[in-house]
Structure formats: C-alpha cells, structure tokens
Design a protein around this ligand. Structure first.
Ligand code: P6P
Length: 343
C-alpha cells in the first residue's frame, strides 16, 4: 500500500510548528500529544459506550450539581493521569473536579504550562448516541518555574491562552487546536492510531446561514436577544437567508459545525440565570480563542470573551460565538439596546 507522505500526523505537525519558534522546548508539542493520547483512550470507550455497563449515572453529582456519567469520570481520569505523568504540565483544572490539581513533583514543577479542560462535554447525550467532546485550554504559567503551580496560573484571561482545542467524538473523531499561528484539524485514523491532518488552516466563513440556540429558553432571554433570534427566523434570500436553526445540545458539535460551515452559537443569560450556563475557563475561552484565530468572534454580549478576567475556576458566562458578520449583526441589536438604556 503506497504511503501518502503528504499527510502529516499531529505529532509531525506540532514538531514542524516548533521550527517557527527557535526557543521552543517541545513542551507544547508534548502537551498536545498527551491530550491526544488521553482522548484516543476516551474514544475507545465512547465507541463502545452502548455495549458495556459504562452508561448510566455514576451516582454522584459534580460541582455544577449535574449528574455525572461514568464516561465523564473515565475521561477526566485519562486526562489527569496522562498529564500528571507527562513532562509538560504543572497542573490542571477540570469541570469534574471542585478545585485545581497541582502535580507538585520535581518534573511537573519545571513545566511551563497548565491545562484546563472539560473532559467530556455534552455527556447528557451519551446515552442517546449524540456526538460529545473534550475541550482544552493551555496557559503559560505566571508562577515561578521550579515551584508548584498556583491558582493565578489558571485565572488568566482567555487572551493569554497559548493554545486551545477540542476533540469531537462524532461520525469520526477529530482533534482541532489553535495557536497564534492558526487553527488546524486532525482526524483519527483508528487503524493506525494516529491523528492525520484533515483540515489545514481552518477559516470560519464570515457569514453563515445557521444559528444555534435553545429556543426552549426564548421567553427568558433579554429583549435584544429575542429580537435578533426573531430576525434570524425572518431571513430570506433578500438578506442573506433563509437561515436554518441547528442545535443538538452538545456545544463541541454545534460550535465545530458552525466553525467549518459558518454560523452563530448562542447560550445567552436568562432572566433566572443572567450568568448563563456555560463555563468561562474550559468551555467559552477555548472556543472563543479557536473561532477568533479562525477569523470569527466571541463575546459575553458586552465585551470580548477573551478579555474577561476570571475570578473563579467554575464561573459561568453568557456566550455568543461565530462568523464575524453574524456576530456583528447580533451586536447591533445588543448595543442598540444598551444605548437606549443609557438614554
Ligand atoms: P441546554 C451540555 O450539557 C452543555 O454544557 C453544552 O454542551 C450544550 O451546548 C449545552 O450544555 C446545552 O444546554 O440548556 O440547551 O440543554
């Protein structure tokens, strides 16, 4: 079988990228390899979730008060284990863990990076075979190398991310990650166990025809959000439409689709939960970074998501992300409302 040497593996690509940074130590490449390895193990379990007694509630609830599925714990354990025993990460923050975990060993304390992740987002969909995903965010430490990482390493604004990415466990398993040099996607070839470059230099189309939001919350959204959603419904050929509403309740899949095809994803605050549902550090910041590096935009409805200075590990934020033209149209509704309110 002819081997197509034009297809780069994830490891080959990250090593190739290192050449652009003469002072690179290979730690970031190692960290991405470790995440990819953990997610290969998760992939095996996700693909057989219906066959073994790994479904069903784990009987506990996480800090969010949500039922925890066994796969959540499995995915979390794989990521913590691989990163703890790697040489590229000083500590982690996880949706499934109440507080950060500082690895505090001689090797880890010398590591430049910390990692935050949602080990298996959308896990409520596991039992019904809807795509789910892992989301990760990587920061360079601000604390002294050689000593244990500190909380300050994790509570940095999203614009300080060194890299961010996700793995979507769908019809295929794909790892997408962004650095300041751009966004690239790698599809897992399960036969050889390698992530192969399948989507080079991903660009988010400036306009799309898909909007993603939970219509069940419509009457609990703020007026400007309702007006924008209604405008989406009224689009026709004369003004860039008609639009389609696509929302599968699994953020990784919804945002991945909109990143590739163009579109806007919204999880606004509601009257009863003005802070929204999605978490800033390991859901919104990574996706905001990825979509922005691909030419899109992300806000909390007031400011760029990446400019928010975090105060808590599990804090939530309203979240709007997607194609630049659609985001700017949304903002025209949001800012008009704030101008009216200021009068
Ligand atoms: P709702 C999954 O639980 C999740 O965190 C995201 O993946 C998804 O976009 C969102 O919640 C769905 O929330 O309230 O619309 O069911």
């Amino acid at each position: 079988m002819a081997i197509n040497r034009n297809i780069l593996t994830l490891d080959e690509f990250t090593i190739q990228e290192m050449r652009a940074f003469p002072l690179a130590t290979g730690e970031l490449a190692g960290l991405l390899r470790d995440i990819g390895l953990a997610c290969k193990r998760v992939n095996v379990e996700v693909n057989k979730a219906g066959l073994v007694d790994i479904l069903g509630d784990h009987g506990t609830t996480n800090i969010q008060g949500e039922e925890v599925k066994k796969l959540d714990i499995f995915a979390n354990d794989q990521l913590v284990g691989v990163l703890r025993h790697g040489i590229s990460c000083a500590g982690i923050g996880s949706e499934e863990l109440d507080d950060i975990v500082i690895f505090d060993d001689e090797t880890s304390n010398k590591s430049k990076y910390v990692c935050l992740f949602d080990p298996l987002d959308g896990s409520s969909n596991i039992d019904v075979n809807v795509s789910i995903g892992t989301i990760f965010s990587i920061y360079r430490r601000v604390s002294e190398l050689g000593k244990p990482a500190t909380k300050a390493d994790f509570l940095q604004p999203g614009n300080k991310q060194v890299a961010a990415g996700y793995v979507v466990f769908g019809s295929s398993t794909m790892l997408v990650y962004a650095t300041k040099r751009g966004v690239n996607g790698f599809t897992l070839d399960r036969q050889i166990g390698e992530y192969l470059m399948s989507h080079q230099n991903i660009q988010c189309p400036p306009a799309g025809k898909m909007y993603s939001v939970n219509h069940g919350n419509f009457f609990r959204y703020d007026q400007p959000v309702k007006e924008y959603i209604t405008a989406c419904q009224k689009k026709d050929k004369s003004n860039g439409g008609p639009y389609t509403q696509r929302y599968i309740g699994s953020m990784v899949s919804d945002v991945h689709r909109n990143l590739i095809k163009g579109g806007i994803f919204m999880y606004p605050g509601t009257i009863d939960k003005p802070g929204g549902k999605l978490r800033l550090l390991y859901e919104c910041n990574p996706f905001a970074y990825i979509v922005e590096k691909a030419g899109g935009k992300a806000t909390n409805g007031k400011i760029n998501i990446l400019d928010i200075v975090p105060t808590e590990l599990h804090q939530r934020t309203p979240f709007f992300v997607g194609s630049i033209n659609m985001m700017e149209e949304l903002e025209s509704y949001l800012f008009a409302a704030s101008k009216d309110a200021a009068v």
